[in-house]
Every structure is written in C-alpha cells, then in structure tokens.
Design a binder for this molecule. Structure first.
Ligand code: FES
Length: 286
C-alpha cells in the first residue's frame, strides 16, 4: 500500500533506536537545565527541604536501574509530602510520576513509603518528618514507574470479599432500609476505608502469602458481616469467605496494619472479632 504525501506535508521518518535515544538524552539534558535554573531561582534566605525520591522507569534505557533523585524544594508552613512532590515535578522534572487526586485523605491514591513508613502523601506534614525526606513506592507491590505501584492484586483481594451490600430481606418499595444507631456505631470505623492499601503493604503475612486476603479486604468483609440489615444467612456466607485457608486465620496479630492506617481503623481488632464470629458460627451446639 502506498502512502500519498501531499504538497507541503513533510514525510516523517520513523524513529530509529538511535534517534529515540538521542531524543531521550536531549530531553534529559533539558530537564537537568530546568532543574538547575529552578534551583538557582530559589531565594537563599528561603528555607528549603531536600526530598530523596525513588526513581525507576522500566521502559527507558538508562532508567531501568532503580535510583534515588534528590530535589531541593522551598519549605512552606503546612507543606505536605505531596506538595513537595508536586513542586519537584512542576519545577525540576516533569517525568516524575506519582498518583494523587483529592489531596484531602479521601481518594486513597497517594499512599507512599515515607521515611520508612506507609503514609498518605497529602496527609503527611513535612514539618513532622526527619529531613531529608525519603519517598519510596509502597513495599510488597510491583512498581510500574517511580512512585506508582500496580494495585491490581489489591483490588482483586477486595473484590474477593464481595464489597457491597447484599440482602434478601428487602423492605417495601416506599420504605427505607433503616439501620439502628447501635449497629451504625458498630460498623462506623470499618466504613472509613479509602482503599489506599497502606495496610496491605505493611503486612508481613501478605508479603509472604500472595493469596492472603489482607487487612483491607477483611475489614471490608467485617463492614458487611456486622451490618444487621444483611441478615443471618448473608453473614454466614461472608464468614465462609473470610474463613478460607488464606483468610482471617493467617493474621498473626502484629498490628502493623492498624499502626499505618491513615483513617485510624482498628483493623487488627476487626480481624480478631471476625475470628471469634467464625468460631461461634461453627460451634453448632452453641
Ligand atoms: Fe487523595 Fe491523598 S490525594 S488521599
């Protein structure tokens, strides 16, 4: 098949491996210049903070080996780790990759490993940390690029516990399906999960057993198993799911998930309570 080139239209040569590399190198030099210019623009009297950011890009020659890049960013009162990353990306290196959305601890997309602990970038104040601040992707997950990890496995585990309300006992069409105040209190904390996967990343058991449901999924199961509106049969069904070989019994009560949860959910407590519920439901003479 021939390609017609109209007058005035330049035929673009396909990029070869070497031109691709040259373009990449030119982009890299441009970024280095940009960074130098931005750094020289910093006011010397201004307080600055250094962040050491994990970098990795499997698709670009020369960036396949993980490394840390250091950025010096101006420190401002109330600055969060996410603010610092955004500054570094916008002023020094536009290829710096990380996830974020709401910037108010709701969407759960910017869980990171900050100074050796799982935290939300948008909720973590720079002033609370030891400087320089080391920022890495969540451990125990495959890194896609820089600070972005593959969340697929985490979502699969969440999906496995059927994370939605189910009941056979529906009210009449014009009635609300009301929940008692006490029952709402019971499940309140479990509903706060924002699917950030900080707990999963902190869990040693999940790191060693890829099939372990993990604290977030078990907490989600708790949220519905304890909701009385679903009824006893559905509770039984939910307990069967979390009782499986890679379910609640894997938890060794290490509390790491509870410690890192940015929404203060008592995850370990919920897992223990589900263990007790599972035992009770299996003791048929009870
Ligand atoms: Fe949404 Fe941090 S950006 S939780």
């Amino acid at each position: 098949m021939s390609t017609q080139v109209t007058e005035g239209e330049a035929e673009t040569e396909p990029e070869t491996e070497s031109t691709h590399q040259e373009r990449r190198m030119a982009e890299k030099r441009e970024r280095a210049d940009m960074r130098e210019r931005a750094e020289s623009d910093l006011d010397d009297t201004e307080e600055t903070v250094k962040i050491k950011v994990f970098r990795y890009d499997p698709e670009v020659e020369g960036k396949k080996d993980p490394r840390f890049d250091t950025f010096r960013v101006p420190f401002t009162k109330g600055m969060t780790v996410l603010d610092a990353l955004i500054y570094a990306r916008d002023h020094f290196d536009s290829s710096l990759t990380f996830r974020h959305s709401c910037r108010q601890a709701i969407c759960g997309s910017d869980a990171l490993f900050i100074n050796g602990s799982q935290r939300l970038g948008c909720k973590t104040q720079m002033s609370e940390l030891e400087w320089p601040v080391r920022i890495e992707p969540l451990p125990h997950a495959e890194v896609v690029k820089d600070l972005v990890v593959d969340m697929e496995h985490f979502y699969d585990q969440m999906e496995a516990v059927e994370p939605y309300f189910q009941t056979n006992d529906l009210p009449a069409a014009d009635e609300e399906q009301r929940q008692s105040r006490e029952n709402r209190e019971k499940v309140k904390m479990s509903t706060r999960c924002i699917w950030c996967s900080a707990c999963m990343s902190s869990c040693n058991i999940a790191a060693g057993d890829n099939e372990y449901l993990g604290p977030a999924a078990i907490n989600k199961a708790y949220r519905f198993a304890m909701d009385k509106r679903e009824g006893e049969d559905m509770k039984e069904h939910r307990l069967n799911i979390i009782e499986q070989e890679h379910g609640v019994w894997r938890c060794q009560t290490q509390f790491s998930c509870t410690e890192v949860c940015p929404k203060d959910i008592p995850l370990t407590e919920h897992i223990q309570e589900l263990k007790r519920e599972a035992v009770k439901s299996n003791l048929k003479f009870w």
